[in-house]
Design a protein around this ligand. Structure first.
Ligand code: ATP
Length: 587
């Protein structure tokens, strides 16, 4: 489908303006040729061998040249106004529609697509479509109309000079056209290469502290270096392949007189009318460059069309991304048990199943802890409860209802999540804590902050709970941020709590405060938690040992230790690690 057609739905009522933009642009281009003809008429009047120069005619031609120039400019501005009105509507709609879509996408989409990438998809591509629709497409109309008009003109006066003036253009069409055809996929490779370089650049900046700490050199970033090198190689090879074609074409275009002058000489000597033929030559010298430039521009425009195609393709990859299935038979949540029944799961776009036949049940008010080796599938299990993704097979039930049949807002209202990468907004602490519960009173926010052991953080901040995080040098440590996030969850007071590595950032002092906050948050709730510090789950109602996407063991802490299996070994290792000493001191 053409880019234009794919962009039409974003134009809405302004669609009607676009034909006008094309019409005005074409008329402007035609009017733009007229001044050249009038200049040529002036030359003819002055130099033709009639012996009778009419200065009134010269003035008239000059005036007409000015009038047509003004008409051309006015028409071009009108075309730009129309195309801009359409382009702004498209750009605005792309941003609006994609933003709306983001709200409907499964949370798992954001796991795979970091904010920088999403911003690039929306911002950069919306800007590309704007430039294309506002500037490049109207110009395309001109670049089609002008060559046709000039061609007619060039052949009307003298077909022999017409043919001579077309030599460079014919060369351009044949060589540039076939070259463009061959390099069709270059733009795609170019954009991909830019994207790779951007991604690696972000990794590079992120990794600088690690490089410094381990005293590595910049060459540690082989991938970044490689993407720059690949980009360099590709662009250099591409530019070099154009060298000969562009040099010869530019020489021919600028040296069109080298072809026209001998042709004129031949015509003049055979016709005997030297003065008239030389005056005709002037028209060709004036009009041929206009024609050639248009052909040249249309070549560049084909690249713009490719770029616009890629931009709209990238936007469509977002707008077409499958949304979470909405309930076909919405069900109420009657209680807050969570149950996994033979759940299997493979991440979208991958082939390896990461969860195989997972089944367990958490009764309302109980705590189930997930432990196990890294990469075993604990976070994936936790992410399926709030529907970051939907299971491929099996069923997940909350309060007896399949989660796919629970309206998303009901599921969200009844569940709090504290994940390891939960972010705080660059807003005041009050707004951050009140985020999920905007109607909460300041008193209840303060109470939640107290319960989450945040009072000493608030007391130290210049404007208390109204302090904007990240402003005026107000930065919070990872553990402190975790406590604010916990205050948000405590205030929300949802009956189901999902915790993933809630103490991952914490130092010992923060950890004990976080543990107290967690106890408050979990009291009386149905809790699914992942904790790497095994002491924090000693009292869990059930511990599931997850390895290789399967539940290897299950039971209470006491049962599992007595069983002497995987968990007992983990517990033993954990206890040893916490009792390590250096020089007789506990660490
Ligand atoms: N977004 C993703 N896309 C594809 N595969 C993923 C994604 N996230 C995780 N995985 C894969 O799924 C498997 C389980 O990962 P998961 O994060 O659930 O393990 P985990 O037990 O929580 O590990 P850790 O304790 O290190 O956080 C791993 O093999 C991981 O590589």
């Amino acid at each position: 489908m053409s880019v234009f057609k794919r962009l039409t739905p974003y134009m809405q009522s302004r669609k009607i303006l676009y034909p006008f933009a094309l019409l005005f642009s074409s008329l402007s281009s035609i009017a733009g040729i007229a001044p050249f003809i009038y200049v040529w008429l002036i030359v003819r009047e002055l130099f033709a061998d009639t012996g009778n120069i009419s200065y009134d005619m010269v003035k008239h031609y000059a005036l007409m040249a000015v009038i047509f120039s003004v008409i051309s400019i006015v028409l071009y501005f009108s075309a730009l106004i129309c195309s801009h009105l359409v382009a702004f509507r498209i750009e605005g709609n792309i941003r609006r529609i994609t933003m709306k879509k983001l709200l409907k996408l499964p949370l798992g989409f954001f796991d795979k697509n970091p904010t920088g990438r999403i911003r690039k998809i929306i911002d950069d591509n919306a800007a590309v479509t704007h430039t294309f629709m506002a500037h490049e497409l109207p110009d395309l109309a001109g670049t089609i109309v002008v060559p046709i008009a000039s061609l007619v003109l060039l052949f009307i006066f003298d077909w022999r000079l017409g043919i001579a003036s077309l030599v460079p253009i014919a060369y351009a069409i044949i060589t540039l056209g076939s070259k463009m055809n061959k390099s069709k996929d270059f733009m795609q490779k170019y954009m991909k290469s830019l994207e790779d370089m951007n991604t690696e650049a972000v990794e590079y900046v992120r990794g600088i502290p690690v490089v410094k700490v381990f005293q590595q050199t910049i060459f540690s970033f082989k991938n970044f270096y490689k993407t720059i090198d690949d980009y360099h190689q590709m662009v250099t090879a591409y530019s070099s392949s154009w060298k000969f074609i562009m040099c010869s074409y530019t020489t021919l275009i600028n040296g069109v007189a080298l072809i026209l002058v001998p042709t004129t000489f031949l015509i003049a000597t055979s016709s005997g009318n030297i003065a008239a033929t030389i005056v005709d030559l002037m028209l060709y010298v004036l009009v041929t460059p206009v024609f050639s430039q248009c052909v040249m521009r249309s070549m560049y425009l084909s690249q713009a069309v490719n770029q616009a195609k890629l931009a709209i393709g990238s936007i469509e990859s977002l707008t077409d991304y499958p949304e979470l299935a909405t309930p076909t038979n919405p069900q109420e949540v009657k209680h807050f048990d969570i149950e996994f029944k033979n759940v299997k799961f493979t991440y979208p776009g991958t082939e390896n199943e990461v969860l195989h036949d997972i089944s367990f049940k958490i009764k309302e008010g109980e705590t189930v802890a997930l432990v196990g080796t890294s990469g075993g599938g604990k976070s994936t299990i936790a992410k399926l409860v709030p529907r970051f993704f939907d299971a491929n097979d099996g069923e997940i039930l909350v309060g007896g209802a399949p989660i796919k049949e629970i309206p998303q807002e009901v599921l969200m209202k009844n569940t709090s999540f504290v994940f390891q990468n939960t972010r705080l907004f660059k807003k005041s602490i009050l707004e951050n804590v009140r985020y999920g519960t905007p109607e909460a009173s300041i008193e209840s926010v303060n109470k939640a902050l107290d319960l989450a052991q945040c009072r000493e953080i608030i007391d130290r901040l210049p404007e208390g709970i109204n302090t904007v995080i990240g402003s005026k040098g107000t930065y919070l440590s990872g553990g402190e941020q975790q406590r604010i996030v916990l205050a948000r969850a405590i205030l929300k007071n949802a009956p189901i709590v999902v915790l993933d590595e809630a103490t991952a950032f914490a130092d010992p002092e923060n950890e004990s405060l976080i543990q107290q906050a967690l106890q408050t948050l979990s009291k009386g709730k149905t809790v699914l938690m992942i904790a790497h510090r095994l002491t924090s789950i000693v009292n869990a109602d059930q511990i599931l040992v997850v390895q290789g996407g399967r539940i290897m063991e299950r039971g209470t802490h006491k049962e599992l230790v007595e069983k002497g299996g995987v968990f007992a070994k983990m517990w033993q290792d954990y206890q040893q690690s916490v009792s390590w000493t250096i020089g007789g001191k506990n660490v």
